[in-house]
Design a protein around this ligand. Sequence first.
Ligand SMILES: [Zn+2]
Ligand SMILES: [Zn+2]
Length: 234
Amino acid sequence: MGTFYCAICRQTTFTGKRHIFGKNHQSRLRVVLLKFVEKVKEARRTLKKPQVEKFDCTQHKQTFWCYCCGLNIESNVTDGNMAVLHGGLLEHMATPEHKKNTHKFWWENKADPKLRDKVIIAEEETERFKVEVAKALESYVEKEDEYIKQQADLLRAQEKHRQEVLQSLLEVCFPRMQWHVMQSRSRLTDPTAPTCLRRILSALSFCLKDQSSRWGAASWTPWLKCRGLQQDKA
Ligand SMILES: [Zn+2]
Ligand SMILES: [Zn+2]
């Protein structure tokens, strides 16, 4: 006979000694079983209405310790895309091995017999659960498809609006810009237009006249002479 580990007391008993299933063990067992039964009860609530969610590795990778089998079991069932909450727990509680181990555990620990059947799930119940899971998965996929369709419609509507805004800018604003350019050009050539540009132009011509007087008559003389000659000839 080797060592014995009591998961309830978290104590190892070595060869030659017997683990005492006394008062301490029983009070710890009550606490452990209440938590264990509560967990199974929570999972049982989803038997008729399974909960299907989009898989999230931070939430759906939970495990639970089955005291009866001494095994760590995945709480949920997932394909990496979707997760069926409590699916793993319900499936485990319905296996013949778990049923056999539960009976053994209850007898060894002298646990309350009223609680025993609360941690065993009948095979028929899991069969019905699987049918409900298939329906829940189908409706989940339909909802997902509908959501994707809505998002695609929204993107199309946004793109259409963007195109319309761009089109109206081209149709309204661009001709207006052209009109303003034309107006500015016509003001430049219109002598009656009291614009800044005209004032600038007259100031510029004054400067030129002033410069010509400063440069002196010498530089202009040949040109004036030539012009005078031409005028004379005319
Ligand atoms: Zn113990
Ligand atoms: Zn088990």
